[in-house]
Design a protein around this ligand. Structure first.
Ligand SMILES: C[S@@+](CC[C@H](N)C(=O)[O-])C[C@H]1O[C@@H](n2cnc3c(N)ncnc32)[C@H](O)[C@@H]1O
Length: 408
């Protein structure tokens, strides 16, 4: 792969080498010192995987274009990778990249039932199950709409659902997204640059040059000879890291917990409530991220004030929206919703297969092999965030009670 890239105009490969590192696995090692900000690597536009390139391919392009509605960016890239992998000749350069890709991934969609059970009761568990279902549905549609229509270029035994899942994980864990000056975005996979692991010790240091279409990596910090070079994947919470990349960062400062709030359409006053949610920028089913710095976001209160309101409460909330204010409707409504959140979080924590305390003990005892799937899932279960949310609810209820007493 490296000699193909160098022949194609890549710059910097002579100073870098692929190597195995503890925890991150394979990564990129420096063969010389770099100062922060120095350009380390440039991968030219001609060798990048992109939607444009897939559409431009004389064999693949017409098959992709025949799909109506158009395929998603991730499906196009996934099919492109599987297509190149299935070719016995041609595509020599790209094929060297494909053969350097991992043969399997540790994203949560590849967890065994037993491994996933470790995080039963968490949003990771629910979202992974939903994702598995979505992938199955998408694959069935893709097979009908595109693959089966072009058996000459999509041999079905090389485009099975397992192949599709592998290709999707390749895209999720190795592609880079950039927003262009005109507001549009581009997703690309850059051979060799996709061997760079993530560290929160560097800021974003991968860049896309709109004029040339090249991708560059700058040194995110000073490096000594033999150091691992890192890039920054973004402020990604652990459940997303595990879903898309198959790893977690213990003590991740960007960790969050997704709380899904939903209301049955047959609930009283549903239509009025739906209108109020929409004008508040919410919906009848809303996912809200709880974080350690904001364990009880205002949107939870906004959503539940509407959900729990009676006719007069809804009128008061409608007036607030006109006035641009954002307050509790009444002490009793506010206490009711805080109690609800507290109880909901309580049953969520109770619903974990094993208790938090036991989990902490097991992690300390090293019951889950470090770096393994169950270990990663177990880390997800360190539910400091919902615990903090529950504490905040209690705290706010304390204040409410004090308010009520004072008003009396
Ligand atoms: C873009 S690839 C990086 C190259 C990859 N290590 C390889 O061998 O092909 C992203 C994958 O590397 C691993 N990875 C990246 N950063 C990591 C980190 N900080 N800790 C553990 N694994 C990491 C994860 O498996 C992730 O899905």
């Amino acid at each position: 792969m490296e000699s193909w890239l160098t022949k194609s105009g890549a710059v910097g490969l002579g100073d870098l080498e692929l190597a195995e590192f503890p925890v991150t696995g394979r990564g990129v090692k420096t063969l010389r010192r770099f100062s922060q900000g120095e350009r380390i690597l440039t991968i030219p536009s001609d060798v990048l995987w992109s939607v444009e390139r897939a559409y431009g391919d004389s064999l693949l392009g017409p098959a992709l274009r025949s799909s109506l509605p158009p395929l998603s960016v991730e499906d196009i890239l996934a099919i492109y990778i599987l297509f190149v992998r299935s070719r016995e000749s041609g595509y020599d350069g790209l094929r060297t990249h494909v053969s350097a890709l991992p043969s399997s991934y540790s994203s949560s969609i590849f967890f065994s039932e037993e491994e996933l059970e470790v995080c039963a009761g968490t949003s990771l568990y629910t979202i992974t199950k939903q994702l598995e279902q979505r992938i199955e549905d998408d694959y069935r549609e893709l097979a009908d709409r595109v693959l089966a229509q072009h058996p000459d270029i999509f041999p079905l035994d090389m485009f099975t659902i397992e192949d599709y899942k592998w290709a999707l994980c390749t895209v999720w864990s190795r592609s880079m997204d950039f927003t262009l000056p005109d507001g549009s975005s581009i997703r690309t996979l850059a051979p060799f640059a996709d061997m760079l692991n993530h560290s929160s010790d560097v800021k974003q240091c991968h860049a896309y040059d709109v004029k040339s279409g090249d991708l560059s990596i700058l040194a995110g910090k000073d490096y000594e000879i033999g150091d691992q070079v890192y890039i920054y994947y973004g402020p990604i919470p652990n459940n997303r890291l595990l879903r898309l990349y198959g790893f977690v960062i213990p003590g991740n400062p960007n960790d969050s917990y997704d709380l899904v709030l939903t209301t049955h359409p047959e609930a009283p006053l549903y239509e009025q409530k739906q209108k109020l949610w929409v004008s508040a920028g919410l919906d009848s089913t809303t996912t809200i991220s709880l974080t350690l710095t904001d364990p009880l976001p205002m949107n939870i209160l906004r959503y539940l004030r509407i959900q729990r309101a009676d006719v007069s409460g809804l009128a008061a909330l409608a007036l607030q929206q006109i006035d641009g204010t954002d307050e509790k409707i009444s002490d009793s409504n506010e206490v009711e919703i805080l109690r609800f959140v507290e109880e909901a979080i309580g049953s969520l924590l109770d619903g974990f297969a094993i208790s938090l305390e036991r989990l902490e003990e097991q992690l300390a005892e090293g019951v889950y092999p470090v770096g393994g799937n169950a270990w990663a899932a177990a880390h997800r279960k360190r539910k400091q965030i919902p615990v903090r949310t529950r504490e905040m609810c209690k705290l706010r209820q304390g204040f409410r009670a004090a308010d009520v007493m004072w008003e009396v």
